[in-house]
Write a protein that binds this ligand. Sequence first.
Ligand SMILES: *Cc1c(COP(=O)(O)O)cnc(C)c1O
Length: 362
Amino acid sequence: MKENRIFNFNPGPAAIPLEVLEEAQGELLNFKGSGMSVTEISHRSKAFDDVINDTIARTKRLLKIDDRFKVLFIQGGASMQFCMVPMNFLPDSKAADYVNTGTWSTKAIKEAELLKKNISVVASSEDKNFSYIPQNIQFNSDAVYAHITSNNTIKGTQFDKFPDTGNVPIVSDMSSDIMSRPLDMSKFGLIYAGAQKNLGPAGVCMVIIRDDMLEMVPDSLPSMLKYTTYSSKNSLYNTPPCFAIYMVQLVLKWIEEKMGGLEKMEAFNKKKAGLLYDFFESGDFYRGTAEKDSRSMMNITFRLPSEELEKKFVAEAEKNKLGGLKGHRSVGGCRASIYNAMPMEGIEALIDFMKDFAAKNG
Ligand SMILES: *Cc1c(COP(=O)(O)O)cnc(C)c1O
């Protein structure tokens, strides 16, 4: 670990690889010989065109996606997608399915309902406080799309395998696990991900959309709220969040060139999460909150024997340069968010600290 830095277990905004931060630092004052920072150059310049096109090319290479898909950059976070998805694909005559696996799915459902769209919640894990991923879900074959949240950042669950939706394209909120593993893109009509968990800084949401989905978008929507505006202008209809996109580019470059692609990324993430889950099971002081077959590789949620000990744990961890371990305010407990950028040393340091804490307080 570099001096003055901590191991950052924050859920989002979250850790960015040190190499990426250093590369950005090195280029901050003079981007590619322009004599300007990347945040100062025109979004219509050749230099920025190269940034956005390389970010798209890297996304396509990493996910092995073909030219039927467009990669877009939209502001408003993942939360904006909660309304854009139903607005773009659900005229009054059409319906969509939603799976409710936690706080973010609930919000996506709420936005579709606010818009008075015709949606069915075909499965939910609310009965057990969202501690599991529903299996054998029956989707409606005439649904325009099936919306899922692939990784539940707050509850610490994740779809290991994606559900069989027949011919219905999956629309997935992948904010907290995009680029953590390879995907079979043939199942998806649209993927969206706010960047600040696993892709870079806040301020941009990556949207990957298939061309048959684009064909459904009505002309009548406001320009900034329809996907076709972004797809027809390479996300440069208006000024995009240039710096955030540039950071995403550097993160993708790091995944490709330093980590060796998504198969390797997945193996690394499985190993890191496995160490923590195995450690929980080796004693009874720490208790994982997600059911075993539904556990997330990205957000490890756990409890200690009492809320008092949880408070003490988070505070003492902080003093030991282990930051961001408090659970979401809506659920309490503890959570270690271990996205791509969390190094193995961070996991080892956390487990060492946890052993020590349990020995002193158990
Ligand atoms: C963080 C998060 C969101 C919200 O993202 P914003 O960019 O803040 O709108 C939505 N979905 C999931 C799964 C998240 O983890």
